[in-house]
Ligand binder design. Sequence first.
Ligand SMILES: Nc1ncnc2c1ncn2[C@@H]1O[C@H](COP(=O)(O)OP(=O)(O)O)[C@@H](O)[C@H]1O
Ligand SMILES: [Mg+2]
Length: 447
Amino acid sequence: MGTPRTAAPRGFVCTCGFHASRPFGRCPQCGEWGSLQPRSASGAGGAAARAVPLSEVRGGEAPRLVTGWGELDRVLGGGLVPGSLVLLGGEPGIGKSTLLLQLMARLAARGTVLYASGEESLEQLALRAARLRITEPGLHALAEPRLEAVLAEATRARPSVLAVDSVQTLLLEEGSPGSPGAVREATARLLAHAKSGAAPLVLVGHVTKEGALAGPKTLEHLVDVVLLFEGEASSSYRVLRATKNRFGSTRELGVFEMRGEGLVEVPNPSALFLAERAAGASGSAVAACLEGSRPILVEVQALTAPASGPPRRAVLGVDPYRVALLLAVCARRAGVDVLGSDVFVNVAGGVRLSEPAADLAVVAAIASSASGRAVDPRAVCFGEVGLAGEVRASGAADLRLAEAGKLGFRRCVLPAACCKEARAAGGLELVAVKDVRGALSALLSVR
Ligand SMILES: Nc1ncnc2c1ncn2[C@@H]1O[C@H](COP(=O)(O)OP(=O)(O)O)[C@@H](O)[C@H]1O
Ligand SMILES: [Mg+2]
């Protein structure tokens, strides 16, 4: 078992001299397509590649950098992975720089970290740090939009984590900053930098109005993790979720509150999301949802009103197509016809629900608004609604019920198919339903 005399290719190299630890379709330095070759194979015919048993490959086991912020670590899948590139996206003003500065301050306790900003001056950064009461001496800042200079300083200082804010403001030698090409090239260069060392890199990217991250979708393919920081401008709650994660689930959710002194994690978001609920008002229903491994109760609100013209639809927090489908189901299967009315649907607290188990609450909120009858304020519900009006099973009924019980709810309207699993959870009165009609009569009958 000696070391083979012909070493395996170590990384890739371009004809322009650019080195990378992984192949690129296009060289991030010179922009040439297909020019990167395995290092030992460049020029000559190339050495044979040799596969190895995966079970014998060591590495990739370096410990993650844990921020100690439970909400963030969970979304990351257990902390930052060495050598990874994390893209932190969100609308301007949502709090990306704040989150990043606080994150870096937490990591600075264990080694020097570098926060490079192309958006703000050192004075502005210091002002924010003072407001956030950040005093860690290990947090170094650089106000520098030129990518080359940022990379040079990172190479010299070798921080344990590098933050770059933002990809749109980075200046390359040529091309205008923020253009799709420049953004992509800057990201590719930063990726090569991250892969060449062990330090994770967090890159901020502004989300355009259309919701695209930093313009081209290709950016999301380049990076290891895409985090989205979301929330309503009017609300102080912020939700962090991973839309891509090579090292963890994309179903986890982190909840923060934006305060004057910075972002504070919200360990029990259900209580917070329901805090301002006008219990007993029509058009409001509580959904027992599951975001990742965590049960979360949220208020779904609906308002229906006579249309003056073509019926309008405005939907926040749930998939608008799903709502369109549910409106049709309400009309055809439950006798609640608001197809000709204006319909507004909102999920309180700026949460975005991704699971179909929220269907039943959407239907209940719409039917409640249309009929003027309030949903039982002590009841929660969950269940996917099918086109035939049937209520389908959703997973983890026990987790949902436990959360509802914890928050003082007394009844749960749930798919009949979930009842067996749910009985074990106990505590709440369970109302098993097979279809939307049954669900609505259970939810709307109590005044
Ligand atoms: N002096 C302040 N007091 C309280 N909150 C502030 C203050 N300054 C900024 N903020 C909050 O921080 C947000 C801006 O955060 P920032 O991290 O700069 O956003 P982004 O980097 O996503 O553009 C503001 O929308 C506001 O909610
Ligand atoms: Mg910012």
